[in-house]
Write a protein that binds this ligand. Structure first.
Ligand SMILES: *Cc1c(COP(=O)(O)O)cnc(C)c1O
Length: 414
């Protein structure tokens, strides 16, 4: 590529350098294997294959059919699901397909409030979900910062939603899927679990599976699961036809066969003992990081984490989420500002940050490294770049960060 397109070759090289040179704490990101990247960069990208294996609208699908069948069979085995659709281009596309399969425009959908951790596709006005459907938001409890299951039930009885959604983008705790199932049954609603964030923990046995409880589970394949950027749907057999039609032809055209092959690779990797111990380490590392940040004077929302991510309340530091994100960036640490429940600050500022352990665990970091990571983040947040001493500290921290990641680099040179 360096000869044919030096500009883009330089972008790719620079991004690899960025991944190797800093700490990646964005909770929704991971570092895929070379085998996943090889499938993504393969000739399968060329193939049109509208339809499903054995039922295509194009000729020449004999090989891509094998890839998609392998992906489907591996997903079903990995998650114990009756049906799998591996075609959604992304998590948001998978979610659009869920609405298409199970609701009509205007229907009420009960989901986690966005400022309390829900996703844009759970009813935000800036997404199709809030424009075309009637969102009913539920919340976390003010004292415990855990999902308020009493409120979920009360709202379900009051609004009789077509769909109830469990799952979020910034919720650090396990979810009581059985409680959601009982509420859905009581009001005859579809139970949809959006497992975009934590499906990788489920794959590795580090979190209880929503599959036995949910009518449909949507997920991404690129977060903890460590596959290619993409989405998928798991469902009960009775919903298989509705789910498949909702993906193609209702919301998508030709599937990305290179991405589907890469999903198959990731499912195979996730079925190994090695991945199971990875998933366990991800959870241990997130807990260690949350504890380290608490000892730096920050507060972990809900008191900690059961998953790969922690939501950190910075109120006691007097530093906003936006400032913290930028200070950490200057120290070579990539993370994101995030609203905390009942956040008095606007979403562009926030009083919190979200941190995740998936990428650093892939690099081989353990709990003792996480204590050091917590100290780097704590010192970066406390360093005001408007002052000479702050700027100097951030410079020194970026050197410490580079030294730490060089011990266990991302994508180590062979
Ligand atoms: C990440 C995420 C999505 C969207 O996935 P994309 O691939 O970014 O479209 C949907 N729902 C939840 C809960 C998520 O965390």
């Amino acid at each position: 590529m360096a000869n044919t397109d030096p500009e883009i070759a330089d972008v790719v090289r620079s991004e690899l350098g960025r991944l190797r040179g800093g700490l990646q704490l964005i909770a929704s990101e991971n570092l895929t294997s070379p085998a996943v990247l090889a499938a993504l960069g393969s000739v399968l990208s060329n193939k049109y294959a509208e339809g499903y294996p054995g039922r295509r609208y194009y000729g020449g699908c004999e090989f891509v059919d094998r890839a998609e069948t392998l992906a489907i069979e591996r997903a079903k085995a990995l998650f114990g699901a009756e049906h799998a659709n591996v075609q959604p281009h992304s998590g948001a596309n998978a979610n659009l397909a869920v609405y298409s399969a199970f609701a009509e425009p205007g229907d009420a959908v009960l989901a986690m409030s966005l400022p309390h951790g829900g996703h844009l596709t759970h009813g935000s006005k800036v997404s199709f979900s809030g424009r075309w459907f009637t969102p009913v938001p539920y919340h976390v409890h003010k004292d415990t910062e855990l999902i308020d299951y009493d409120e979920v039930r009360d709202l379900a009885l009051l609004h009789r939603p077509k769909i109830i959604v469990a799952g979020a983008t910034a919720y650090p705790r396990t979810i009581d899927f059985a409680a959601f199932r009982a509420i859905a049954d009581e009001v005859h609603a579809i139970l949809w679990v959006d497992a975009a964030h934590f499906i990788g923990l489920v794959a590795g046995g580090a979190m209880d599976s929503p599959v036995p409880y949910a009518d449909v589970v949507s997920a991404t394949t690129h977060k903890v699961l460590r596959g290619p950027r993409g989405g998928m749907l798991l469902s009960r057999a009775e919903h298989a036809a509705a789910v498949d039609k909702a993906v193609f032809p209702f919301t998508q055209g030709g599937p990305f066969m290179h991405a589907i092959a890469a999903k198959a690779v990731a499912f195979r990797e996730a079925a190994t003992q090695e991945y199971r111990s990875y998933a366990r380490s991800v959870v241990e590392n997130a807990a260690a990081l949350a504890a380290a940040l608490e000892s730096e004077g920050m507060r972990a929302v809900s008191g900690g984490t059961d998953t790969h991510l922690a939501l950190i309340d910075l109120s006691a530091t007097g530093v906003s989420g936006a400032e913290a994100e930028s200070r950490c960036g200057a120290a070579g640490i990539t993370l994101n500002k995030n609203s905390i429940p009942f956040d008095p600050a606007p979403p562009a500022v926030t009083s919190g940050i979200r941190v995740g352990s998936a990428s650093v665990t892939t690099q081989g970091f353990g709990t003792s490294d996480m204590a050091l990571v917590g100290s780097l983040v704590g010192r970066a947040v406390a360093s005001d770049p408007a002052t000479d001493v702050g700027r100097k500290t951030l410079q020194q921290l970026s050197e410490e960060t580079a030294a730490l990641v060089s011990t266990k680099p991302a994508y180590p040179r062979a």
